[in-house]
Design a protein around this ligand. Structure first.
Ligand code: SF4
Length: 182
């Protein structure tokens, strides 16, 4: 029996994001079967693997808003040969970064003490909660990033074209018509 070609190993994570970029990946629909012929997943929201091991491709959704985000991102950079920032949150901070011009303590008070729907009226202070940063950072400000896939989220077709190019060892080329910023 001929030796099977080893599959490309991929890890994905969501930092300060909404999982919309992961949902867009799932929107490749039946092409997921083709994808699974070519790759195996390491740490992702689709598996229960807690830490990123050695991988060919790491895909990061979301910006860096706290110490846990930074730890996960650095773990991805250390273990992934190619690191991809997917979506506007990872690339610019996007919606989570709207808080960057507001004092962090004012943000907490608005959300946990003043918002009318809040019950209990207490700012969470469990020591196990990750340390929040004063700002939300795009991931390239924390680690080196090899590729940027724009969009909020990038359309499924763009993700498919981008991923298959990387998997096949080609330089990804995403046409303007495949990207949107709405
Ligand atoms: Fe969600 Fe858009 Fe951010 Fe992706 S880029 S995580 S879809 S808000």
């Amino acid at each position: 029996m001929a030796d099977e070609k080893p599959k490309i190993r991929i890890a994905t994570c969501s930092l300060a994001g909404c999982f919309g970029c992961h949902t867009s990946l799932l929107d490749i629909d039946e092409r997921l079967f083709d994808l699974m012929e070519m790759v195996e997943f390491d740490r992702t929201p689709f598996t229960d693997i807690k830490h990123c091991g050695p991988c060919d491709i790491g895909i990061v959704e979301g910006g860096v808003s706290n110490a846990e985000n930074a730890r996960v991102l650095k773990e991805f950079r250390e273990n992934c040969n190619v690191l991809v920032a997917i979506g506007s949150c990872a690339i610019t901070g996007n919606v989570p970064a709207l808080r960057n011009n507001i004092d962090l303590w004012d943000c907490f008070q608005e959300v946990y003490l003043y918002d009318s729907g809040t019950e209990g009226k207490q700012i969470p202070n469990d020591p196990e909660l990750p340390l929040p940063f004063d700002k939300v950072y795009p991931i390239y400000e924390v680690v080196k990033v090899d590729y940027f896939l724009h969009g909020c989220p990038p359309p499924a077709d763009a993700i498919w074209r981008f991923l298959t190019a990387l998997i096949q060892g080609r330089e990804p080329e995403i046409g303007y018509e495949s990207l949107r910023y709405d």
